[in-house]
Ligand binder design. Structure first.
Ligand SMILES: [Zn+2]
Length: 264
């Protein structure tokens, strides 16, 4: 091999190595979102665990619609959902009467996990099995984590997560999470300390707390304050926020963005 080929071989292998390293730096190959389009996804918090996500392709996903729990209940027409998820069958999470013509993905069917991995337009939605308590579901049953991939962003909605720590399998399935929607209000789910531990395990870019006590909520949950204490938190003063993958905080920074409930 003459010196020119040697240099070429070196450059090629260096290039491959650099590509592999930069991949590793952002997320492992198996964690990479399947869909890599670009744009802004828009998320609105209604209150409790209910959100509308308008994906970058325009698909409207509504998570965990509540029934009468003190917040304003929007109509099916106002929501105009394409997809509606219910992490489990408790009335503050499964008001699928608001689905209209949407495809409904119930995380639990006949008391067992219904595992999903579906694609709607350019939006991928898959589910991960979880428990509503820290005793393998013996107190409060099962729940589901829903993960959405849109515009190169991976968002996890934790449902009524109640486990004291994420299992290795759950972390593997989650992959590199950009935006984490996580209950922090205790009583029926993880509380401020529990959520803090789970956030540390997952290491997302952005954390949006949910399922906590507010002036509107008629269910007695703890307020968000304890979860925010000593952390890098921003009150956005808005119910809606946009995510652009190129403008998000660095992986692992777990910046907390607090939304105002649109239903409260
Ligand atoms: Zn529940």
């Amino acid at each position: 091999m003459n010196i020119r080929y040697l240099a070429l071989a070196f450059l090629l292998s260096a290039g491959l190595l650099a590509a592999a390293c930069s991949d590793d730096a952002s997320r492992g190959a198996s964690d990479a979102p399947i869909i890599e389009d670009r744009g802004t996804a828009e998320l609105t918090w209604w209150g409790q665990a209910m959100f509308t996500l308008v994906a970058t392709d325009g698909t409207r996903v509504v998570f965990d619609p509540y029934s009468e729990i003190g917040y304003l209940v929007p109509t099916a027409e106002e929501l105009a959902a394409d997809v509606m998820t219910a992490s489990h069958e408790h009335p503050d999470h499964n008001n699928v009467a608001l689905a209209g013509d949407a495809t409904v993905l119930r995380g639990l069917v006949d008391g067992d996990w219904a595992d999903f991995d579906e694609t709607f337009g350019d939006t991928r939605i898959f589910s991960i099995e979880s428990f509503h308590d820290s005793s393998n579901g013996q107190e409060r049953g099962l729940s589901t984590i829903f993960v959405i991939e849109t515009g190169g962003i991976r968002i996890a909605h934790m449902g009524d997560y109640g486990e004291s720590e994420m299992t290795g399998d759950q972390l593997d399935e989650l992959g590199a999470i950009d935006v984490l929607l996580i209950p922090v209000g205790g009583v029926f789910t993880i509380d401020a300390a529990g959520a803090t531990a789970i956030v540390e395990q997952i290491g997302p870019r952005v954390v949006i707390p949910m399922h906590y006590g507010t002036t509107a909520l008629s269910i007695g949950l703890e307020p968000v304050d304890a979860f925010l204490e000593g952390k890098n938190a921003r009150e956005l003063g808005n119910s809606t926020v946009g995510f652009d993958v190129d403008a998000l905080p660095a992986p692992g920074s777990a910046e907390i963005w607090v939304l105002d409930p649109a239903g409260g």
